[in-house]
Design a protein around this ligand. Structure first.
Ligand code: GRF
Length: 198
């Protein structure tokens, strides 16, 4: 069984799709979510973790740890304590530290709500992504699961799936369509790397 840790900051619907997949979907029998880490104690994702009886911890502000190194060290310590094999960023709004990327190289995944390399990089998160897609009059958008490297949104792509963007779609319309496929492709991408198909 692969042991997954999920890092979240908000709603946690992608985290939920991963958990559901370990219970009833294509991750059943091959993976389990053993740890949820959030930088935000109000994240609904933590309530979901509690409901699922999954261990969760809140590691909030760098300032509580004195410096960047000890903040990331605290995250790394929790990951190691939980014997984590795979780290999934699912709406995690902080930069992940280099020390973690080095320790878990090619084992940290992220989901981005656009077709990378388009609409990625600094400042491209949440609704900003969908607003930019609509503004650029794109006829398609989508979601990407990729490995996390030191540079933003720059790691190798594991799975990407498209949705159609219609002329009158608002950014919220695009976000809704993208979220539906996010929930499908994140568990698929995890399965792909567990089965060594990358
Ligand atoms: C998703 O759109 C994801 O692509 C992005 O942040 C959002 C998180 O949503 N990185 P949720 O917390 O999983 O519901």
């Amino acid at each position: 069984m692969m042991r997954i840790a999920v890092l979240v900051s908000g709603e946690g619907s992608n985290m939920q799709s991963i958990i559901d997949s370990t219970k009833n979907g294509n991750l059943k029998g091959i993976a389990q979510v053993v740890l949820v880490i959030s930088n935000n104690s109000n994240a609904y994702a933590l309530r979901r973790a509690e409901n699922e009886n999954i261990k969760f911890v809140c590691i909030e502000e760098r300032k509580n740890f004195g410096n960047e190194k000890s903040f990331n060290g605290a995250i790394l310590e929790e990951l190691e304590k939980a014997k984590t094999n795979i780290v999934c960023l699912a709406g995690y709004m902080k930069m992940i530290g280099h020390v973690i990327i080095e320790a878990y190289h090619n084992r940290i995944l992220n989901i981005h709500p656009a077709l990378l390399p388009k609409f990625g990089g600094k400042g491209m998160y949440g609704h900003y992504v969908h607003e930019a897609v609509v503004k650029a009059k794109e006829t398609e958008s989508g979601a990407t699961v990729h490995f996390v490297e030191k540079e933003y949104d720059n790691g190798e792509i594991i799975i990407q799936q498209k949705i159609e963007v219609f002329k009158n779609d608002s950014p919220e319309d695009v976000a809704k369509k993208v979220l539906v496929i996010e929930h499908q492709i994140y568990p698929e991408a995890i399965k792909k790397i567990i089965e060594n198909k990358m």
